[in-house]
Design a protein around this ligand. Structure first.
Ligand SMILES: Nc1ncnc2c1ncn2[C@@H]1O[C@H](COP(=O)(O)OP(=O)(O)OP(=O)(O)O)[C@@H](O)[C@H]1O
Ligand SMILES: O=P(O)(O)OC[C@H]1O[C@H](OP(=O)(O)OP(=O)(O)O)[C@H](O)[C@@H]1O
Ligand SMILES: [Mg+2]
Length: 281
């Protein structure tokens, strides 16, 4: 039985569970359940704190885990990324009081509060900066105001928390993070692990694409195919009216409106975009 760790709460928990559900795995019914057995797929899921997940996977006690790249790096556990999951995106950044031009070298001799001490110490070392790292569990942005630190390093998503606390980010991002599927470094490949990865890859990919269907006058088919080349090549099917064909192709979600405009401009009609739930490529 494959053992897989999933975030039990926090920023990644809901989407990770939804994604596994889309991939055909059994969902947990009670928020407080710590395990879910999926005998059909021969997987047992363990709902753990996102911060702890890389430790379980790195020790080899669990086969796979979903957590944030930043949390995995901070754990120092020997894990590698099998797949980036395309959600839970954030950057991990230094920040200090606004009204001052900060750069990483200015942190020398300062007190720096963070919930990610290992990540920060390693980055300070790279910059050759010696600072006192103060480990806090959360609400790090308030620590400067309260007098415990001179600057912080924290997760930034929208930047709202920094602005609210009159802080500005500085330096290059220490880490650009998103949710990732992890395995133990150097662990043997297995069919069971590959299957979870393939199913999740299918869901990630499906979320990034849409299926486009449209009717196309035969005379402009070449132009239309150039606009929607699909992955291999689009499906072209005859219509009852010989002058027209139906075309079906996958299109990147980000580009879909522009593609629909271009198709309409060359003369395509009845252009429909629909969601893809999952896929294998
Ligand atoms: N707006 C956000 N706030 C916090 N974490 C985010 C955000 N967006 C993405 N993440 C990612 O989510 C993970 C942190 O998850 P989580 O919120 O569960 O941790 P935590 O803040 O330490 O937990 P908790 O707040 O429950 O103590 C990190 O990988 C982080 O990069
Ligand atoms: O850039 P933003 O969109 O404002 O998001 C980032 C903020 O959200 C997280 O805090 P969280 O709500 O998890 O509280 P915590 O600091 O107690 O973990 C994170 O630690 C930042 O404070
Ligand atoms: Mg949090």
């Amino acid at each position: 039985m494959l053992r897989v760790a999933v975030p039990n709460k926090g920023a990644l928990a809901a989407t990770a569970s939804e994604m596994l559900g889309e991939a055909g795995y059994r969902r947990r019914h009670e928020q407080r359940d710590l395990t879910v057995l999926d005998p059909v797929n021969e997987v047992e899921f363990f709902f753990l704190r996102p911060k702890d997940i890389a430790i379980y996977v790195g020790s080899g006690d669990l086969d796979l885990g979903i957590t944030g790249r930043d949390l995995a790096l901070d754990s120092g556990a020997p894990v590698t990324e099998v797949l980036a999951l395309g959600f839970g995106g954030s950057t991990f950044r230094y920040a200090g009081p606004a009204g001052q031009e900060w750069k990483p070298a200015d942190l020398h001799g300062k007190r720096l509060a963070t919930s990610y001490p290992r990540l920060v110490r390693e980055d300070l070392k790279r910059h050759g900066v010696e600072a006192e790292v103060i480990r806090l569990d959360g609400a790090v942005e308030i620590s400067i105001q309260l007098g415990v630190a001179d600057a912080i390093a924290d997760v930034v998503e929208s930047g709202r928390s920094l602005r609210q606390n009159n802080l500005v980010a500085f330096g290059d991002p220490i880490c650009v993070s998103e949710a990732v599927l992890l395995e133990r470094e150097g662990s043997a490949a297995s069919k069971a692990k590959s299957q979870v990865a393939a199913r999740l890859r299918g869901v990630v990919f499906a979320q990034q694409y849409l299926m486009l269907d449209y009717d196309c006058p035969r005379g402009i088919l070449e132009q239309a195919i150039a606009i929607t080349p699909g992955l291999e090549s689009p499906t072209v099917a005859p219509l009852a009216d010989d002058n027209w064909v139906a075309v079906r192709a996958m299109v990147a979600r980000k580009a879909v409106n522009q593609v629909m405009d271009e198709l309409a401009d060359v003369g395509a009609k009845a252009i429909l975009a629909s969601d893809i739930r999952s896929c294998r490529l």
